[in-house]
Design a protein around this ligand. Sequence first.
Ligand code: F6R
Length: 244
Amino acid sequence: IFEEAGAGAARVAGEIAGLVRTKAQKGEQAVLGLATGSSPIGVYQELIRLHREEGLSFANVVTFNLDEYYPMPPDELQSYVYFMHAQLFDHVDIRPENIHIPDGTLPVEQVREYCLAYDKQIEAAGGLDLQLLGIGRTGHIGFNEPGSSIQSATRLVKLDPLTITDAAKDFIKEEYVPLRALTMGVGTIMKARQIVLLAWGEGKAKILRETVEGQISEQVPASFLQQHPRVQVVVDQWAALELT
Ligand code: F6R
C-alpha cells in the first residue's frame, strides 16, 4: 500500500526494469503482459523515463496486451493499439514485431482460431514473465467479466453493463462503446510467472476488498488471483480503504 499512486507506479516500473535488465544480461527476452486503461499509465511514464534517462532498452522485450474492443480498427482514438503506442511503444526502442495486441478488425468467423493462436504465441515466446493488470469495478481482469472460469482462454466476450458505463467517458456516449471485446482468459493470465495488479483511488476500494479478502468465485474473476503463487497487489491508500 502506497500513500500515492505515483510512488506505487514507480516501484512497479522499477521491478519491470529489473526483470528486463536481468533477462538482457542472460541474452534472453523478457515477455511482458500489458494492460491499458488509466491504472498502468504512471508505470509506462516511469518506464519511458528509465529508457530516456537511465538507458533501459526494450530491444529484448516482447509484449502481449490483455485485450482490445471488438470490433475496433487500430487507428481509432479509443483502440488499445492507439493507446499503447501513445502511452509507451512510440517512446521506447521496442521492436514493432515484438508487439502483440488482439486484433479487433477480424471477421467474426476467424476470431476463434485467432484467439487460440494468440495463446499459442504467448507459449511459443516462452510464456509471460510478468503480467500487469488493472481491475474493473465488476472484478474483471482483462475483460474477464463475472462468470469467467479460471480455465478460460483468450476469446471474444460480452462486456458487462457496468464496464460499458465506465468506458463511456472514452467514447463520448455510452451507445458508442463496443458491446464486445477480445481478451486473454483468466487461464492465460494465471499462467504468467508473476502478476502485478494495480488499483488506484477510492472507486476501486470495494472490489479490491472482494478480490483480496473475499471468496474465490467466478462472480469476482480477479479473486482467482488468490490462487496464484506470485502476485503483488499494488494500491494507493484510497483503494486500500476497505481492506481489513
Ligand atoms: C485494460 C483491462 C481492464 C482495465 C480495467 C481497469 O487492458 O484489461 O481490465 O485494467 O478495466 O481500468 P482503469 O485502469 O481505467 O480503471
